[in-house]
Design a protein around this ligand. Structure first.
Ligand SMILES: *Cc1c(COP(=O)(O)O)cnc(C)c1O
Length: 382
């Protein structure tokens, strides 16, 4: 058996395949000298709109900014509350605070680990305080949240839906792509995401033309006419270099997502054949599943086990990378203590935080490497 390391992510393989083509595109941007919001930015936005049937796509500086823009353009602000999941990256909640609104948490579904519509319904029944304006589900690990249930709730209560699609470029629900499901949505092109830039980049999408137009203005200091400011926005312009990188990678993302799905299916087959799978409570490995109503893009392949930390150390000893997304829920973060939540309030989220482990998954992951990952996991449980 080879003892070469299997990193949790290896971007050098994608670079080896596309580096020369991308460098030529970057050189064009440099010689044209239009480094911010150049023609590649609009070309990238239009390509996303066309390929993913999204009405308004607005490139911006990061996924975090995209979330802020997605809410600011809807007019969500002070005095408003937004319901979201406590089992996500910090930016999901901090962007709500950044628009001046209050995050209100609801627990996750134990199977998908996405925001649970029944928990949201409970919050809507019991919530007092700031007026709830929106629901902000996260398409965690590349799988769309239950859009049937969430959109029914939003319609019933007159709420807007904002998607955190940072991990789900190309995912879909009943044939509609992430980014076209909600009233607005946010993508991240951070280097570890399934569609990634050569640095920070993001995108807001908006169904309504007026909201898209407002997001476009807010991205550049609320400026519609040069140096005339209609409202206070921010600088969240997208670099032309990043758009040039993304334009090239966009041609490959559908294929890459298929390759991720192939890797995921193979993990499921191999781990099942190893005879170590079952329920978390019985000390076995719980495998991730894909809801048949959607298309999962497998941004992450996340298993669950009560012996997570020991398993992770066992893998590390064998030079196999893994990662924990996320070890501490948002309602338990020191920075959000002022929201007044307590440990124990979101049991499914807390159980997920204690048991999840993401395995190496990327389009270029080789079968022999995957075999080593599975063999190492199996040897831990035997
Ligand atoms: C990555 C991520 C973000 C933030 O994106 P950045 O581009 O890093 O700012 C927001 N939400 C989720 C769920 C993410 O995974």
């Amino acid at each position: 058996m080879s003892s070469e390391a299997v990193p949790v992510l290896d971007l050098s393989r994608q670079y080896a395949a596309l580096g020369a083509e991308i460098q030529a595109a970057v050189a064009d941007v440099c010689s044209a000298g239009r480094f911010v919001l150049g023609q590649e930015v609009r070309a990238f936005e239009q390509a996303v709109e066309r390929d993913y049937r999204i009405t308004g796509a607005i490139g911006c500086a990061s996924g975090t900014d995209a979330l802020w823009l997605a809410m600011a353009a809807l007019g969500i602000g002070p005095g408003d509350a937004v319901i979201t999941t406590p089992f996500s990256f910090f930016a999901t909640a901090s962007s709500i605070l950044r628009v001046g609104a209050t995050p209100v948490f609801a627990d996750i579904d134990p199977v998908s680990m996405n925001l649970s519509a029944s928990s949201v319904a409970e919050v809507l029944r019991e919530h007092t305080g700031d007026r709830i304006r929106a629901i902000l589900p996260v398409h965690l690990y590349g799988q769309c949240a239950d859009w049937d249930a969430l959109s029914a709730l939003a319609a019933e209560h007159g709420l807007t839906l904002v998607e955190d699609a940072a991990q789900a470029f190309g995912a879909s629900w009943r044939g509609v792509y992430a980014g076209a499901l909600g009233d607005t949505a946010a993508f991240s092109f951070y280097p570890t995401k399934n569609l990634s830039a050569w640095g920070d980049a993001g995108m807001t999408t908006a169904r309504d033309a007026a909201v898209a137009e407002r997001a476009t203005a807010l991205r550049a200091h609320g400026m519609r006419r040069r140096y005339y400011h209609d409202e206070v926005g921010w600088n969240s312009r997208l670099d032309t270099v990043q758009a040039a990188v993304l334009l090239i990678k966009l041609k490959h993302i559908a294929h890459w997502n298929q390759q991720r799905a192939r890797v995921a299916a193979r993990y499921t087959d191999l781990l099942t054949a190893a005879g170590i799978t079952g329920s978390v409570r019985d000390g076995a490995v719980l495998l991730p599943t894909a809801d048949p109503r959607g298309t999962h893009v497998w941004h992450q392949y996340v298993i669950r086990t009560l012996r997570r930390d020991d398993l992770r150390a066992h893998l590390a000893e064998r030079k196999i990378g893994s990662e924990i997304y996320y070890p501490l829920c948002l309602h338990q973060q020191d920075a959000l203590e002022h929201l007044g939540y307590k440990t124990g309030q979101f049991p499914e989220s807390e159980k997920a935080a204690a048991t999840v482990l993401a395995l190496p998954i990327y389009p270029e992951l080789r079968e022999d490497e995957q075999d080593r990952v599975v063999e190492a996991i199996a040897s831990f449980f035997r």
